[in-house]
Design a protein around this ligand. Structure first.
Ligand SMILES: [Ca+2]
Ligand SMILES: [Ca+2]
Length: 451
């Protein structure tokens, strides 16, 4: 005779649990039989990366930014999932799912939300690069937290072209770039003929990609240190097909990355969920296995980009006074002697759109030429007459020194530069090394006598 025993439901559950547990334990106690048991298998280690990229173009004429300058740019994201496990056990059905209430058109790489990226298995060491949303159209502003500058020497490439040394300095300042997790990436566009790397100390490493000579150089410095100056240089070959000097500033991109783990370590389970206020949504990283242990890593990218400038520099207008103190400016071609020609200094208070500021005494007299203005062709550097003497003197009595050049009258005749039809003369020439503006030009009337 069987007695019916009625147990309370909670006790029933307990019995069930004990029975199931015993069953599971008995399975685990089975010898491995050539396969990895659940007890021997290490938990899979998975990392979820949320790359945040903020990229700002620096104002077009800027050659430097400071660590606290506020820059405006576009923000983007890229999501990655990595199997950092060392054992040969892949995770299956690795998936990244991005949800957002934002309009997908704000993200050029996203058709619709949720955006899902998945792969059947993720072997140890492999990364699943999920939805990529770099260069999103979301406006953002940031302080870079590092000083970056570019310098060009020479700034002006002469007609025909020449080499230019570009120096980029980067100095991480903000504590988020804590050593050894801070990285610097510097890119210089151009025809690179040689490079020189920054000084490195213990803990810093450097990759060059690609190896020069090539069309551009990229340095990747790992383990940057707070407060240290890193100097990158590249020598560029710059073409200049014009007849004028070329103001040339190559495009330079500077990225600082901080690689930070957030305290989500040892989260077991199939997925982790990250809420992102800027995305107005969340990112779900998931895998099929229950044994994964998650780490969430955030890489902050802050990118400043210096614009490329390649601008032909036209000559600068200067005030010219032929025969200072005389009017009309009579030149007798039958006489020997010298013709005095002044190039007048223009102070900031005297500057006009037609005649910008110039210190005439900074010009190199040996580079200046004179000829008939009617024969002068813009963009061509013809063979005018060179001065035989020069002096500095305040010829217009305005308190600043001007440049006075003396030309030989017979030289003007012999070279066929002046004749009876000449009514106006032009003075022109390069200003000399390293002095902007690089070329000057100016005219004054002449009254030819003789011949
Ligand atoms: Ca005069
Ligand atoms: Ca003066």
């Amino acid at each position: 005779m069987v007695r019916q025993v009625t147990l309370p439901s909670s006790l029933k559950s307990l019995v069930k649990l004990v029975v199931v547990s015993l069953f599971v334990l008995s399975i685990l106690a089975i010898p491995p039989n050539g396969t990895v048991t659940a007890q021997q298998q290490q938990p899979l280690t998975l990392q979820a990366f949320s790359f945040r990229i903020v990229k700002a173009p620096v104002p077009v004429n800027s050659d430097a930014v400071g660590p606290s300058d506020v820059l405006s740019g576009k923000r983007g994201w890229r999501f990655d999932l990595q199997n950092t496990d060392g054992s040969p056990v892949p995770v299956t059905n690795a998936t990244i799912r991005v949800e957002s209430s934002l309009n997908p058109t704000l993200f050029p790489d996203i058709v619709s939300f949720p955006a899902i990226e998945s792969t059947a298995s993720l072997a140890p060491g492999q990364t699943l690069a999920g939805p990529r949303m770099e260069n999103s159209n979301l406006p953002a502003s940031f302080t870079p937290g590092y000083a970056a500058s570019r310098a060009m020497n020479p700034m002006l490439v002469p007609p025909g072209g020449g080499s230019q040394t570009v120096t980029v300095r980067v100095r991480p300042v903000y504590p988020r770039y804590d050593y050894p997790r801070a990285h610097i990436v510097v890119g210089i566009a151009g025809d690179v003929t040689s490079t020189s790397n920054p000084d490195l100390s213990a803990g810093e490493t450097l990759d060059m990609s690609p190896t020069p000579p090539s069309n551009g150089a990229v340095w990747m410095l790992h383990g940057a240190k707070i407060g240290k100056d890193y100097v990158f240089t590249a020598v560029l070959q710059v073409n200049n097909g014009s007849v004028n000097p070329l103001l040339h500033k190559p495009i330079v991109t500077v990225e600082m990355t901080s690689h930070r783990g957030v305290p989500l370590d040892n989260i077991p389970g199939r997925s982790i969920i990250t809420n992102d206020a800027d995305l107005q949504g969340r990112i779900i990283y998931s895998v099929n296995e229950e044994s994964g242990v998650w780490h969430r890593i955030v890489d902050d990218y802050f990118v400043v980009e210096f614009a490329q400038i390649a601008r032909e520099m036209p000559p600068v207008n200067v005030r010219v006074d032929i025969k200072p103190g005389s009017d009309p400016n009579s030149i007798n071609l039958n006489q020997k002697g010298l013709v005095a020609v002044a190039i007048l200094t223009v102070s900031p208070g005297q500057a006009t759109p037609q005649f910008p500021v110039i210190d005439a005494t900074s010009l190199n007299p040996q580079n200046i030429r004179i000829m008939d203005a009617a024969d002068h062709r813009p963009g061509i550097f013809p063979n005018g007459a060179a001065p035989v003497r020069s002096a500095t003197e305040d010829v217009d009595g305005d308190g600043d020194l001007d440049l006075v050049l003396h030309f030989e009258t017979q030289d003007l005749v012999d070279k066929g530069l002046f004749d009876k039809d000449t009514t106006r003369a032009r003075v022109y020439g390069p200003a000399g090394p390293g002095v902007p503006p690089t070329r000057v030009t100016g005219t004054d009337s002449v009254n030819i006598v003789g011949r």
